[in-house]
Design a protein around this ligand. Structure first.
Ligand code: KG4
Ligand code: ZN
Length: 336
């Protein structure tokens, strides 16, 4: 039997999409958490995969060096290297995984592969208070929208998911219709804070705990086309109210399913994860509903909501404890 080191120091790398991130954790505590976001994609209104992988190649060494420097540790003090194995853009994942593999090989320490969405959920185990099992996690990002029932760190069931677009996509595509730059989610949130819900969009009618956002997007498109025909300045004159109305429609759909999930399972420990959990309206809705429904709600601090490597590190910490390591010939997976 291997003796456990007195400290579990893990360097974690996240490169699944357009953020190059590295973090160092000691015994599950975050010593450093560095994120370099790629601004180049703004020019194209969305993430361009080839440009994303090139930018990861340029950023990965300085980002890892900075994370190590901020942590106060050096490479020889690490017990494992963790990386995002998938899902994500394959070229982006290749940069992070190749880097992690080479470093683990050179240092002769284990490699830990982490599922990106699992990492978003387990980000709840970075700050206090940590949720107790079982809990439900509404996981909302640019690529996923799920309700996950978590029974243990690595024992979970996806009990609801989107059948088309993700919630983040709904925000970003709506923003694009309004002429806002990518990624539009945070901008809709910003404008919505100065607006009121004045326009009504149809609510998706999807059975069970599943979600759908594509109909809402079409509804918004037709609404804007009709209004702009009558007044070409409609968008600029009403931007905050339009944003507040779009945000409200997305949040209502998310909250409706989350409430049903809690009622059906009887679980009142409710967590929010993924990039869209940075949305102020969604945060408020969960907190308010939580008070009414006597939920215990868990919303991670902002820096652990959007893509970051600390969430990969905390997942890797529990994998280290469970001795779940990755073979040296591992390869990333776009779909995982
Ligand atoms: O988890 P994440 O950083 O990356 C993925 O794994 O997809 O999520 C990114 C998504 C984008 O769609 C972005 O627009 C959205 O999260 N997002 C927001 C906000 N901040 C980020 N959406 C609405 N309001 C926000 N404040
Ligand atoms: Zn993500």
């Amino acid at each position: 039997m291997l003796s456990q080191p007195s400290h579990i120091n893990i360097l974690a790398i996240e490169s699944s999409c357009d953020d190059t991130a590295a973090a160092v954790l000691q015994n599950g505590n975050v010593l450093s958490n560095v994120v370099s976001s790629q601004l180049i994609h703004e020019l194209y209104g969305g993430v361009v995969p080839e440009l994303a992988s090139r930018a990861h190649q340029q950023s990965i060494v300085p980002v890892v060096e900075l994370a190590l420097k901020k942590s106060g540790l050096n490479l020889n003090q690490l017990q494992a290297i963790a990386f995002t194995k998938g899902p994500g853009l394959i070229g982006s994942l290749m940069v992070g995984s190749s880097f992690a593999k080479s470093l683990a090989y050179a240092l002769n320490i284990p490699l830990i592969g982490v599922h990106h969405m699992e990492a978003h959920v387990l980000a709840h185990f970075i700050p206090e208070p940590k949720p107790s099992f079982p809990f439900l996690c509404l996981t909302v990002s640019g690529g996923h929208t799920q309700i996950v029932r978590m029974d243990d760190y690595f024992s979970f069931e996806i009990i609801g998911k989107t059948i088309d677009d993700a919630a983040g996509e709904a925000f970003d595509k709506s923003a694009k219709l309004l002429g806002l730059p990518y990624p539009g989610g945070p901008l809709i949130d910003k404008y919505a804070q100065a607006g009121k819900v004045s326009f009504k969009f149809s609510q998706p009618q999807i059975p069970d705990l599943d979600f759908s956002f594509s109909g809402l997007k079409t509804n918004i498109l037709y609404f804007l086309q009709k209004e702009v025909k009558q007044n070409e300045n409609f968008v600029s004159e009403n931007l905050p109210d339009i944003c507040a109305s779009i945000q409200d429609a997305i949040i209502k759909h998310l909250m409706k399913k989350l409430i049903i999930a809690s009622d059906q399972t009887g679980i009142k420990n409710i967590a929010l994860a993924g990039g869209v959990s940075a949305n102020s309206g969604l945060r408020n809705a969960i907190l308010q509903t939580g008070i009414e429904k006597q939920w215990q709600t868990f919303i991670p601090p902002f820096e652990f909501c959007t893509d970051n490597a600390a969430m990969v590190g905390i997942t890797a910490h529990y994998k280290f404890l469970a001795q779940q390591f990755e073979p040296a010939d591992t390869a990333p997976l776009a779909r995982f």
